[in-house]
Design a protein around this ligand. Structure first.
Ligand code: NZQ
Ligand code: ZN
Length: 387
């Protein structure tokens, strides 16, 4: 078991109707609020009006139109500008992970005098950030309980995971009823994203019995509950369980004491969504089983056996490589069964830029140091197998 130093300062307020606490929470940070949101889903579900009504005594400025795979230019830059011009006290993010990630970059940029990209690209360490409150409307990223945000810069094809302990939300509101309207596509992608967050922590050198059990339960819960959400989008219990599964995903709590894994599938997927603007969870679902097949070896097989037996109930008496291969097939079949397109070609990616993307990943993601090390050729092979 490895040493660790862990703290999550985020207050989680969970359940139906918890938004009634919003005025009390927001007033503790000040009067001037920047409200950030996406392309309009919060208006369709009545949440925008509700927030405005609850906060009628505050001074609210707005940054709408934050896109999936949130963009540095214009969203981060516009948000930073508003915060500085209006002397904003606190940012309220209402939407999915993209809105919240963008909000995190804005929160740090608002307290920095130079170009916010200096912070996102780790050239400069932020000294402060504005407080963030969020109402998360999509179960997927876990951004509501972690200190990271992923920002895309279109002109350089960069998609960078910007992590800093200053970026934890101060308060996250999690009301599962707000996820009732999430489409089947985004529900499935959210499930795949959260499952992959767990796998990125599960497949490592040194794990504990406690963590393995926690993560295996998380994976099983996600599979069962995502199916229920797809069958009945207004199943409160399923939406609630899925929401909390996702919230735990990226916070590190699943893997306290585990050795680092290198998060290889995320390293590879971020190139796909940077170059082609695809849905992150779909990219992960496509890559994951191909990555598994690629790294299966004498060194890694025992982890796959544990995964196969405990998550999918595969007969533990079989040959260990049979168990591992069955587990990989089950992973593929599950993603396919919830409607995820399982080939890069299905999401508009052909072979033309695979080499360029593999080079970008090899240069920027440090996957030579992953649990199962990947060089540029390995990455290219995984991309090709995903076509
Ligand atoms: O833009 P609006 O109109 O709000 O619509 C969104 C968007 O089109 C819609 N949506 C959100 N809530 C809804 C809803 N539609 C109906 N009803 C609702 N209640 O869903 C679409 C996708 O939203 P988005 O925020 O992009 O999805 P998600 O939460 O999956 O976030 C994906 C982003 O998070 C990053 C990904 O790379 C990607 O950029 N990640 C962030 C992480 C983190 N902060 O820790 C970790 C992840 O690994 C991931 O990389
Ligand atoms: Zn992810």
């Amino acid at each position: 078991m490895q040493n660790f130093d862990y703290m999550t300062p985020t207050r989680l307020i969970f359940g139906k109707g918890v938004i009634s606490k919003l005025p009390e929470v927001m007033s503790s940070f000040g009067k001037k609020i920047l409200l950030t949101y996406g392309g309009g889903s919060i208006k369709k579900i009545g949440l925008y009006d509700k927030v405005k009504e609850l906060l009628k005594d505050s001074e609210i400025y707005e940054l709408p139109g934050i896109q999936p795979n949130p963009k540095y230019d214009p969203s981060v830059l516009d948000g930073v500008r508003i915060c500085k011009e209006k002397n904003i006290d606190v940012i309220l993010s209402v939407g999915g992970g993209s809105v919240l990630d963008c909000t995190k970059a804005i929160a740090a940029g608002a307290k920095y005098d130079g170009d916010p990209w200096d912070l996102i690209s780790y050239k400069v360490k932020a000294k402060a950030a504005l407080p963030i409150v969020d109402i998360i409307t999509l179960a997927a990223t876990g951004s509501e309980y972690d200190s990271g945000g992923v920002i895309s810069r279109t002109e350089t094809n960069d998609k960078i995971g910007y992590v800093d302990s200053l970026l934890y939300p101060a308060v996250s509101f999690l009301d599962p009823t707000y996820t009732f309207t999430v489409s089947k596509k985004q529900t499935a992608a959210g499930c795949a994203d959260a499952m992959n967050h767990i796998m990125e922590q599960y497949f490592c050198e040194d794990s504990t019995l406690l963590n393995d059990g926690f993560m295996e339960a998380g994976l099983k819960s996600l599979m069962v509950n995502a199916r229920k959400c797809l069958d009945n989008p207004e199943d409160y219990t399923a939406r609630a369980e899925m929401m909390l599964d996702c919230t735990y995903g990226c916070n590190g709590i699943y893997a306290l004491g585990n050795s680092a894994s290198g998060w290889p599938c995320h390293g590879m997927e971020h190139a796909l969504s940077a170059y082609y603007d695809i849905t992150h969870g779909e990219g992960l679902a496509i890559i994951t089983p191909r990555w598994m097949k690629h790294i299966l070896s004498d060194k890694t097989v025992d982890r796959f056996v544990k995964y196969g037996v405990n998550v999918f109930g595969i007969d533990s008496n079989l040959d260990k490589f049979d168990i591992a291969n069955k587990a990989i097939d089950e992973t593929y079949k599950f993603f396919e069964s919830i409607g995820i397109p399982m080939h890069l070609k299905d999401v508009g990616i052909d072979e033309s830029r695979l080499g360029e993307m593999a080079h970008h990943v090899a240069e920027n993601e440090g996957l030579e140091n992953a649990w199962a090390p990947l060089n540029e050729q390995d990455i290219l092979d995984i991309f090709k197998a995903s076509l």
